[in-house]
Design a binder for this molecule. Structure first.
Ligand code: GUN
Length: 284
């Protein structure tokens, strides 16, 4: 079997077109959705992500403000920047790019973002709302994966879903969204004893580990839907996912490529979250 390729680029373009139309409608009512992206330090990957996020905003008609801060800034000074953004009516979404420099307490920074502007969905109150089935903001990457399932008519009710990776950014919220959609969910982590025994049970497999090529075709159930969240740069410069695409695509029914899979969806859902925060501000 050769898997169907799930085209994240095309799907993200469709989402962004829808966002642009809703942005125009909102502008007609006097509100331009605004996103502030805060980048601390010079991490090269983060710089690329932040540039892409700002460019996607401009293209869809949202206002974006990138705030670049020196790696040596104190945590208190960063918190002051966040507090100013919390109070700024032109800003509907605030995103502090992670990872932060080691001397900072990321949890404290995230908890300082106003929950109603936390378009990443990382604030403890947004995590709690998601867990209790009343989501305000869904974290962008898992939200984008759910959009892919919807667009591809993947039946989640009663399905065996296995999530490899248990981060707060991807694995845990992914599991919550799958559970809410009626899947039976297993979350694997780096201590899971027999990973292949778990992944081979999956009708739906989502992999977010940051380990290039760790999931190979022999670990996948024939006919499974495989979502690869990983983006790893190899020493030769090539970008690969956490799934070994050549072997996996011979076994799966559908699979996301890297690049061009989950990555573009994450940015599209950030625009959705920012737009919806702005829409809610009108009703507040
Ligand atoms: N670093 C890697 N992914 C993300 C993300 O989705 N949001 C933020 N803020 N930082 C990240």
């Amino acid at each position: 079997m050769t898997a169907r390729i799930i085209d994240g680029k095309a799907l993200s373009d469709a989402v962004k077109t829808d966002v642009s139309e809703r942005v125009q409608a909102l502008k007609a009512r006097g509100v331009t959705p605004g996103l502030a992206v805060v980048l601390v330090g010079e991490d090269p990957a983060s710089q690329v992500y932040v540039r892409n996020k700002a460019a996607a905003c401009e293209k869809a008609g949202l206002h974006s403000r990138v705030i670049r801060l020196d790696a040596g800034i104190t945590e208190e000074a960063l918190l002051d920047v966040v507090r100013e953004l919390n109070a700024d009516p032109a800003i509907h979404g605030i995103l502090v790019q992670l990872p932060l420099p080691k001397h900072m307490n990321s949890a404290r920074v995230i908890e300082t973002i106003a929950a109603h502007k936390d378009v990443d969905g990382f604030h403890i109150s947004n995590a709690g709302l998601l867990m209790t089935g009343q989501p305000l903001f869904r974290p962008c990457t898992p939200y984008g994966v759910m959009k892919m399932f919807e667009a591809c008519n993947v039946a989640l009710r009663g399905a065996e879903a296995v999530v490899v990776g248990a981060s707060n950014i991807v694995g845990k919220p992914m599991a919550m969204l799958l559970l809410a959609a009626g899947a039976t969910v297993t979350i694997c982590n780096s201590k899971t004893r027999d990973l292949a025994a778990q992944t081979r049970r999956a009708d739906v497999l989502v992999v977010a580990t940051g380990k290039p090529g760790m999931i190979t075709g022999d670990m996948i159930k024939p006919g499974a839907v495989v979502i690869d969240v990983g983006i790893n740069r190899l020493p030769d410069g090539k970008l690969v996912g956490d799934v070994d695409f050549p072997s996996a695509s011979q076994v799966a029914a559908a699979i996301t490529p890297v690049p061009g899979g989950v990555g573009p969806m994450t940015i599209a859902m950030l625009l959705v979250n920012t737009l919806e925060a702005a829409e809610r501000s009108l009703n507040a």
